[in-house]
Ligand binder design. Structure first.
Ligand SMILES: Nc1ncnc2c1ncn2[C@@H]1O[C@H](COP(=O)(O)OP(=O)(O)OP(=O)(O)O)[C@@H](O)[C@H]1O
Ligand SMILES: [Mg+2]
Length: 322
């Protein structure tokens, strides 16, 4: 009997083995098919995303930025900020620079592309927003050309500096003032001017130091290193440098960059210069004057800056002479 059943039992076993392996294979096949399906779906989504990006790019390209924007004063609520508008972005939104938030500013680009115009914009707008009790401005112009006309306005402290000796003394007195401010702020339990000014009645006046063409002093390495040290020392205490240069060398921009967390880059001669100012900003592709990229808060904002001439300064600041 058992002998007669053996082929049947063997047959049953063989059938079960076949069934199980077929079932396992089927499950494997299902997994492979699911994977393939997911891949196709993923590719389809990728294609759709690519299409959307291309449409977005086309839309951007069709948005034209004006080649020239005359100066315009845009009012800002000054509470808790020290900010000015320098122009408009691609979407026609104002582009703001806030010294309280981002401290020292670097403006760099090839000669004749609009650095001084941006400095004029910042100076006019600051003076229209903050009066002499709320702002002090120090001017340094080693070419002694573009900044001296600002000497006559109330917020500007004394005459424009254009000699190394006076610049050296100015750095000494700013470092001293920085230390005094630090003591005053820390004594009351604060760490920076913003928190101090928000809570205390006797406000500390912010100081803006503008240096047009910093490379002129960078040949004097002692003075350059002193400037860089001073920049590091004073920035938490309301003393902010605006540094402009047409020479984006390692010794100028390279060193100053370590103390500037926001930067404006105008057109440059090549990619090497561009990368020195803002990494991968491709400033060498900019063709228009006043067109710049503002590197702030991890964003790169393409901006058309206002074209601000001395006539604008005279007109807007008519009532702010000393
Ligand atoms: N925002 C702007 N829009 C249009 N044109 C501008 C703008 N800014 C400057 N320009 C043009 O570029 C010229 C030079 O501008 P500016 O003196 O500001 O350049 P710069 O970068 O300071 O030059 P330099 O390196 O020689 O000091 C201006 O006379 C004007 O013709
Ligand atoms: Mg200039």
């Amino acid at each position: 009997m058992s002998n007669a059943l053996t082929p049947i039992v063997n047959g049953l076993f063989a059938y079960c083995r076949w069934f199980i392996s077929a079932w396992v294979d089927l499950e494997e096949d299902k997994k492979v098919i699911k994977k393939k399906y997911d891949k196709v779906k993923e590719n389809k989504e990728l294609e759709e995303m690519k299409k959307e990006i291309q449409e977005y790019k086309n839309k951007l390209a069709s948005l034209e930025m004006p080649k020239m924007l005359p100066y315009k004063y845009i009012w800002t609520n000054s509470k808790g900020t020290l900010r000015v508008c320098i122009g408009y972005d691609l979407y026609n939104d104002p582009v703001w620079i806030d010294f309280y938030k981002n401290n020292h500013l670097l403006i760099a680009g090839a000669t004749g592309y609009g650095k001084t115009s941006i400095i004029r914009t910042i100076l006019i707008s600051l003076m229209l927003t903050y009066d002499k009790d709320h702002l002090k401005i120090i001017l340094v112009d080693f070419k002694n050309t573009d900044l001296p006309p600002f000497e006559i306005y109330q917020q500007v402290n004394r005459e424009c500096i254009f000699e190394e000796d006076r610049f050296n003394k100015m750095l000494d007195s700013l470092s001293k003032e920085g230390k005094e401010r630090a003591n005053k702020i820390r004594e009351k339990g604060y760490f920076n001017i913003i928190d101090y000014n928000e809570a205390e009645a006797d406000k500390i006046k912010p100081v803006i130091v503008v240096i047009d063409e910093v490379s002129q002093i960078c040949d004097n390495t002692k003075l350059r290193d002193k400037l860089i040290k001073c920049m590091g020392l004073v920035r938490a205490y309301g003393i902010y440098f605006i540094v402009a240069t047409q020479i984006p060398s390692k010794d100028t921009v390279g060193k100053i960059k370590s103390h500037t967390i926001h930067r404006i880059g105008l057109a440059t001669a090549d990619k090497v210069d561009s990368d020195m100012i803002i990494k991968n900003a491709n400033l060498q592709d900019i063709k228009d004057k006043g067109r710049c990229k503002y590197d702030v808060d991890g964003k790169l904002i393409l901006t058309q800056s206002f074209f601000t001439q001395m006539e604008d300064v005279k007109g807007y600041l008519k009532y702010l002479q000393k």
